[in-house]
Ligand binder design. Structure first.
Ligand code: AMP
Ligand code: MN
Ligand code: MN
Ligand code: MN
Length: 292
């Protein structure tokens, strides 16, 4: 809670791998006391218009966001864009290319599973995803529903990570392109959940240096998948690099999320919140009305 505002700058709808539609997600956020919400679907901004409509009904301030999949030094990273322009042509084209790559990857993942005697995952995942992008989460749901594992967590371990049958070493967007697409569309680039990457300190320092040099301005400090110790650790990294701090639940839906909405602790002291200079994030006592 910050000055009476519950701010959640990372969440997913069923436009990517969340369970709720954009409308349902916004309603869920409202029920859980969130007053500023960023919808940040993986590689897709098409849920934002619907979310905006729902947000105005619920009195939520909606931040237009996206979470872009990136390959950096052979690792997958996620870069969240906040306050992006959904009409920006370069952003739309860039994200469409990532989604095309996802489709190819999904076919390869399915082929990998076939080799292990697991049939029909692509067809099932595509049918389930409908118009949405195909993610590992869709394959995870297929495998759980077909009783190859008991839950999402164990299914990832057994089938969907490096060295396992459903894993494909995919080339995502490069870091420079992702940051510049976000920044050039008027947004801020945020390094998502840095504690989730298998990166030691030396490489983390290199990454943050490079990210900042490319125009990145913030890192997620408080996020659903970080521990309390990681809040402190990444607050220090942010301070070291003069980067701002973001916070978000990374909510995906009941049973598949690290954290429920509305439960984010405050940023550690000394952090500069990423929303500090956002004119549209106002305190409830501010006289001017908020436009969604
Ligand atoms: P993708 O971008 O298609 O590789 O899918 C990655 C998504 O799968 C992430 O955004 C998470 O939502 C989810 N995910 C990744 N690793 C795990 C894990 N170990 N347990 C549960 N969900 C995971
Ligand atoms: Mn996800
Ligand atoms: Mn992520
Ligand atoms: Mn996410």
């Amino acid at each position: 809670m910050t000055n009476g505002l519950m701010i959640d700058l990372h969440s997913h709808s069923n436009i990517s791998d969340g369970l709720l539609s954009p409308t349902e997600l916004v309603a869920h956020a409202a029920q859980h006391g969130v007053s500023v919400l960023a919808l940040t679907d993986h590689d897709d901004i098409s849920g934002l218009p619907e979310a905006r409509q729902a947000a105005s009904l619920h009195g939520i301030q909606l931040i237009h966001g996206v979470e872009i999949s990136v390959t950096w030094k052979k690792r997958t990273l996620h870069i969240v864009g906040l306050n992006v322009d959904v009409e920006n042509e370069a952003l739309k084209t860039g994200l469409a290319a990532v989604r095309q790559g996802r489709l190819e990857r999904a076919k390869q993942m399915s082929a990998g599973l076939e080799k292990s005697g697991i049939h029909g995952s692509f067809e099932w995942a595509s049918a389930r995803a409908g118009q949405s992008i195909l993610t590992r989460m869709h394959f995870a749901r297929f495998l759980v529903e077909h009783q190859y594992a008991k839950d999402t967590k164990s299914v990832f371990k057994k089938y969907l990570v490096k060295g396992k049958p459903g894993f494909v070493d995919h080339q995502w967007m490069d870091l420079e392109s992702a940051v510049s697409l976000i920044v050039n569309s008027g947004g801020e680039a945020v390094l998502a959940h840095p504690g989730r990457y298998d990166i030691r300190r030396t490489n983390m320092l290199l990454l943050l240096e490079e990210f900042r040099g490319l125009g990145g301005t913030a890192i997620e400090v408080v996020t659903g998948s970080h521990t309390g110790a990681q809040y402190v650790e990444y607050a220090k990294y942010a301070q070291l690099f003069g980067l701002k701090a973001s916070q978000g639940s990374d909510y995906h839906g009941k049973g598949i999320s690290f954290m429920e909405m509305g439960r984010l602790p405050a940023l550690p002291s000394g952090c500069i919140p990423v929303w500090q200079d956002w004119p549209h994030v106002r305190l409830p006592s501010d006289p001017s009305p908020i436009e969604n």
